[in-house]
Design a binder for this molecule. Structure first.
Ligand SMILES: Nc1nc2c(c(=O)[nH]1)N[C@H]1C(S)=C(S)[C@@H](COP(=O)(O)O)O[C@H]1N2
Ligand SMILES: [Mo]
Length: 221
């Protein structure tokens, strides 16, 4: 138990905040354990190296027929996409390393999905929108990027990982992928995207991590 808690607790947290992190850590531990058991039963299981993090007691479920992605806020043309509509958008693939701020890395992850910039072009953000907020179906995980960060070329809404539909524990059906930044910016189970006036602190940032989580330039390590 201490292991997971200390993994996610940034060094400069005070005791009060640390206790909040403990509550978040317990669910990570539960999933982490059950997943480790499942994976270790399969020899040479792909996906080794990942640690599955959650903040709620149960992971969101994905129903292809009813799932929707809402894109709105400060935009000219708000949009609601079905899973099929998302999959019908121009797709891109990339291979990038994934880094958690606590020190683990998974190399050469194959992602496929839609560029966030493509989605933003479609909804036509107002000029007053300087931030993009991502809401996870896993309440209360919310995070945001500046519009500049959101438009970086390799920021994806990924629906495939290593050639297969994104597994539930990795955020099915879509997660944000921003390889320039640490894992906590890579929101799983994205269900809403809102253009907002400015980027606000997200889930882990409220617990002490840096907002601009560029790999190698953040306060976690
Ligand atoms: N909804 C949600 N997204 C999340 C998290 C989470 O707990 N909930 N954890 C973040 C952190 S800290 C990391 S390192 C990565 C881990 O990705 P994985 O669970 O697919 O290994 O997811 C990020 N996205
Ligand atoms: Mo992380």
């Amino acid at each position: 138990m201490e292991k997971v808690v200390s993994e996610q607790a940034p060094k400069r947290l005070g005791r009060g905040l640390f206790l909040v992190t403990v509550a978040g850590g317990l669910s990570s531990l539960w999933w982490g354990k059950s997943l480790t058991k499942a994976v270790s039963a399969i020899p040479f299981a792909p996906g080794g190296g990942w640690r599955i993090y959650t903040v709620a007691p149960t992971m969101p479920t994905f129903e292809p027929a009813t799932w929707r992605l809402d894109v709105g806020g400060l935009v000219q043309k708000p949009m609601t996409l079905t899973y099929d509509e998302l999959r019908a958008m121009p797709a891109t693939s990339q291979i990038r390393d994934f880094h958690c701020v606590t020190g683990w890395t998974v190399s050469n992850v194959h992602w496929k999905g839609v560029r966030l910039s493509e989605l933003l072009d479609r909804v036509q953000p107002h000029s007053s929108a300087l931030g993009v907020q991502f809401t996870s179906a896993e309440v209360p995980y919310v995070d945001s990027l500046t519009i500049f960060q959101a438009k970086l070329h390799d920021v994806l809404l990924a629906y495939e990982m290593n050639g297969k539909p994104l597994p539930r524990e990795h955020g099915a059906p879509v997660r944000l992928v921003i390889p320039e930044m640490y894992g906590y910016k890579n929101v799983k189970w994205v269900s809403r995207i809102d253009l907002v006036e400015r980027a606000e602190d997200g889930y882990w940032e409220n617990l002490g991590y840096d907002r601009d989580a560029y790999v190698g330039h953040s306060n976690g390590l």
